[in-house]
Design a protein around this ligand. Structure first.
Ligand code: NAI
Length: 405
């Protein structure tokens, strides 16, 4: 349903940023908000009539929720992860899922920069000493970051942005990524992680959470790092062996570390934090707050709300987590049909022959596929009759047909 013709209902849970509410209301949606997560039964009881659902990490959108959500067009995960959503079931039902993959990139990068400086300058040692009444005024062991070699493992959104900021501070940047990446500024690509580890003074991990990255950094990798170097991980907890890290810190091989993510993180605020790294003075630990800033929350709110509205009003699926990515420029004086279907040969030809049989002229069209799904946006210039729509909706391959204008 287009928000121009009737107000669509949006249900936003878990205290999603007010900018998301304001953005959707401005575009004509009737927005209901709930400050907390809803459990499955509560969500099922409230989902009827809802076209847009906004959640964060604590609400599970299960098969049962989706089955009850007969009017649902899209789910917005106002966060990065989408594990809390049954994405496969959403796809089968033609429900688009969106998230905010890079709204907190800058927040992580700024924390990394601050920690590299703090470790290189021994700020935490000095601070701890001062609180214990120790006036340790000396330059020993304190360095500038200018001229130091930074090694970034994983040169994606975060790694590449860090590369730019680190160079601005005068660091020499090296990176290693398993995929081909555009090298920014004066950064240098390493052919292997071994080469990177043997080259740099600071190693920072920014890899994604693919299963193959489990324990990718352990005893052998720490041993390859240059003596006196620093180690940071703000990516995923399960990629690092913390026992090995502790041994290399205690032996003095590594000068310090900063860790924001842990293999076992407490479920709730206030729960005890258990880690092999507790009690090491030259290890900075933070409770998975790399991306947690008010700016990031605001950006997530604006970004995901924008994606949801764009999908409802234009059918465009750019950056959707589950549907084929299709973006067709809007033009005036046309009607837009969006057709999600099972990706089998001949669907596009069938759609177009149905349109031709009814003397409907195509003004613009774009098809995309993703796995088992195909998605085509078609702009038609001439008037159409309801039977054309019914014919398309009734095709055996149709998952969902929407008429946007
Ligand atoms: P991204 O997907 O843009 O980049 C990841 C990069 O790592 C890709 O270029 C990929 O090719 C590369 N890669 C994957 N496995 C590799 C390996 N074994 N060796 C070398 N390169 C490898 O992800 P983005 O947005 O840059 O995020 C990076 C990580 O940071 C993710 O794990 C994400 O979950 C985490 N993150 C942590 C936050 C926090 O609060 N601490 C906040 C935001 C993201």
């Amino acid at each position: 349903m287009s928000p121009a013709s009737a107000p669509s209902r949006a249900l936003l849970l878990e205290g999603i940023h007010p900018d998301a509410v304001a953005g959707l209301e401005k575009n004509g949606y009737a927005v209901e908000t709930v400050a907390r997560a809803l459990d499955e039964d509560e969500l099922i009881a409230r989902i009827a009539g809802v076209e847009l659902l906004g959640i964060r990490s604590k609400t599970s959108v299960t098969e049962a929720v989706l089955a009850a959500a007969t009017d649902l067009l899209a789910v917005g995960a106002f966060c990065i992860g989408t594990n809390q959503i049954d994405v496969a079931s959403a796809s089968t039902r033609g429900v688009a899922v969106f998230n905010a993959p890079f709204s907190n990139t800058r927040s992580v990068v700024e924390l990394v920069v601050s920690e590299i400086i703090a470790l290189t300058r021994r700020l935490f040692d000095k601070n701890t000493g001062m609180h214990a009444g120790v006036w340790d005024k000396s330059a020993e062991g304190s360095h500038e970051v200018r001229g130091r070699r930074l090694g970034i493992v994983g040169y994606g959104n975060i790694g590449s942005q860090l590369s730019v900021l680190a160079e601005a501070l005068g660091m020499s940047v090296f990176f290693y990524d398993t995929s081909d990446k555009l090298t920014l500024g004066n950064a240098r690509r390493c052919g292997s992680m071994e080469e990177l580890l043997a080259t740099v003074d600071v190693v920072t991990l920014h890899v994604d959470g693919r299963p193959g990255n489990s324990d990718m950094f352990g005893e052998a990798e720490f041993a390859r790092m240059r003596p006196g170097s620093l180690f940071l991980n703000l990516s995923r907890g399960f990629v690092v062996d913390h026992g090995a890290l502790r041994r290399h810190i205690e032996s003095g091989h590594l000068a310090g570390a900063a860790i924001d993510v842990f293999p076992n993180e407490p479920k709730a605020r206030g729960d005890e934090f258990v880690s092999a790294l507790r009690g090491l003075p030259n290890v900075i630990m933070t409770p998975h707050i790399g991306g947690s800033t008010e700016e990031a929350q605001q950006d997530i709110g604006q970004f995901v709300a924008g994606k949801l509205h764009d999908f409802v009003s234009t059918g465009n699926t750019a950056l959707s987590v589950n549907l084929p990515a299709v973006s067709l420029t809007s033009q005036s004086g046309v009607h837009r049909l969006t057709h999600l279907h099972r990706n089998t040969p001949g669907v596009l030809a069938t759609i177009n022959s149905v349109l031709a049989d009814h003397d409907v002229n195509i003004e613009g069209q774009l098809l995309g596929t993703r796995g088992e799904l195909g998605y085509v946006i078609t702009d038609i210039g001439s008037q159409y009759t309801p039977d054309v729509i019914e014919k398309l909706r009734g095709l055996p391959t149709t998952v969902r047909l929407r008429l946007l204008s």
